[in-house]
Design a protein around this ligand. Structure first.
Ligand SMILES: N[C@@H](CCC(=O)N[C@@H](CS)C(=O)NCC(=O)O)C(=O)O
Length: 203
């Protein structure tokens, strides 16, 4: 049995819920209250020493980092449906595209989103030099057109089928929206389309 640790409130753990559902894997949920700092309890630190969710336990082992968890779950499925088909002749190219798209999102977009969130949402959590928020927005706006262009004429961000990159970018684009960063109409339609998937978590 897989146990997923998530917050009582909406967080990136929902990407793992989505993957679990897409993959049809059975799991149980243990909810932590972030407002009571339950993610910093000795019990949870034994699962993730970094004190963050999501984490899963499976076969007595602990797994952390949302994307790596989704990769692991995809490997548990005999067909690995969230990554390109390994039998395809152009697997290497398709797999490169998937990794390229994810890597770009994490480094060129999410790193700035995270600092911006610390400044704009988490307030006095840490102090950053004046102008950091503006620099983050500028960096995001420089990278965003590259990611949005991958959707030109496509339903999915990393090729012709739904992959773990779509789960990741749904999270990324939704996060940008909450920070007030404008997305092109086509990107908004992509996010809306993914949210309409049968297995999208709606809690
Ligand atoms: N890179 C990690 C980031 C995990 C993360 O930042 N989790 C947040 C919630 S979305 C958290 O638990 N924050 C609590 C804290 O920093 O104390 C992942 O993708 O799993």
């Amino acid at each position: 049995m897989i146990t997923l640790y998530k917050y009582t409130h909406h967080s990136r753990a929902e990407t793992v819920v989505w993957a679990l559902t897409e993959l049809g894997l059975e799991y149980e949920v243990k909810e932590l209250d972030a407002y009571k700092f339950e993610q910093k309890s000795p019990e949870f630190l034994a699962i993730n020493p970094f004190g963050k969710i999501p984490a899963i336990t499976h076969n007595g082992k602990h797994f952390t980092e949302s994307l790596a968890i989704i990769e692991y779950l995809n490997e548990l499925h005999p067909d690995h449906p969230l990554t390109p088909n390994r039998e395809d002749d152009d697997f290497a190219e398709k797999n490169y595209k998937l990794r390229q798209v994810i890597s770009f999102g994490m480094i060129e977009i999410e790193s700035y989103i995270w600092i911006l969130t610390k400044i704009k949402v988490l307030g006095n959590y840490e102090s950053w030099p004046e102008g950091t928020a503006e620099n983050c927005v500028a960096s995001i706006n420089k990278a965003l057109p590259i990611a949005c262009d991958w959707l030109e004429g496509e339903n999915y961000i990393a090729g012709d089928s739904f992959t773990l990159a779509d789960i990741y970018y749904h999270h990324l684009f939704s996060w940008l929206k909450t920070l007030g960063i404008q997305l092109p109409e086509q990107t908004k339609a992509y996010v809306k389309g993914l949210s309409a998937r049968e297995n999208f978590p709606r809690k």
